[in-house]
Design a protein around this ligand. Sequence first.
Ligand code: ADP
Ligand code: MG
Length: 227
Amino acid sequence: MSLGLTGVTLTYPDGATRLTALDDVTLEVPAGTVTAVVGPSGSGKSSLLAVAATLITPDAGTVTIDGTPTTGMSRAELGELRRHRIGIVFQQPNLLPSLTAAEQLQVMARINGRRPRGARERAMELLDAVGLAGQAGRRPHQLSGGQRQRVSIARALMNDPTVLLVDEPTSALDHERGAAVVDLLTHLTHRRATATVLVTHDRAHLTAVDRIAEVDDGRLHLPAPTG
Ligand code: ADP
Ligand code: MG
């Protein structure tokens, strides 16, 4: 139960040459831990998450999910892997305007072919876990920004992922609510044993995470091991 990136290099076309977004990145995230990745805008944070999510295939290197290297998997196999093993929380919650909080979660189970009945129970349990038990029937416009981000976190956990990937979840929130979202993510990671990568350009909220790595111009710098 972990996430591994080994020697990952990713380039994008850039005129006549190529821009190196990730430069030989190696990262191992054990189950039940949060690695925060901090770095300025344009340093490669979202690219790192996209590769970890298997949404982009890197030029070189390997992504390993649950001990299984994803190199060489077909598109269908990767889709299956993402649906079952990977939860993603984007910068913007991307909720469907017409659905209630509970329904946003239940849609995920339907995509996965699970039975609707169990899905309802699981949705309610997860909304409770993110502090929104009383808001299950509300639609996005009836929720605050912080509450919408919590729905999106609960949604990402709906299929019990191995890997949880979170991109700047606090960027639209004030400090207090941002800190609460990071604390919640850390708590859920420890409880549900996900291998979590939390990307942010803002260190202020990162009091509770297990480890802080820095990314600078596509290069990842891990902290020296302690203890
Ligand atoms: P961050 O999330 O840290 O802001 P990104 O991973 O989005 O950084 O971007 C890293 C670098 O790659 C930046 O220079 C960005 O302009 C470039 N980049 C990101 N996505 C693309 C793309 N789809 N095509 C070309 N260049 C891209
Ligand atoms: Mg980004």
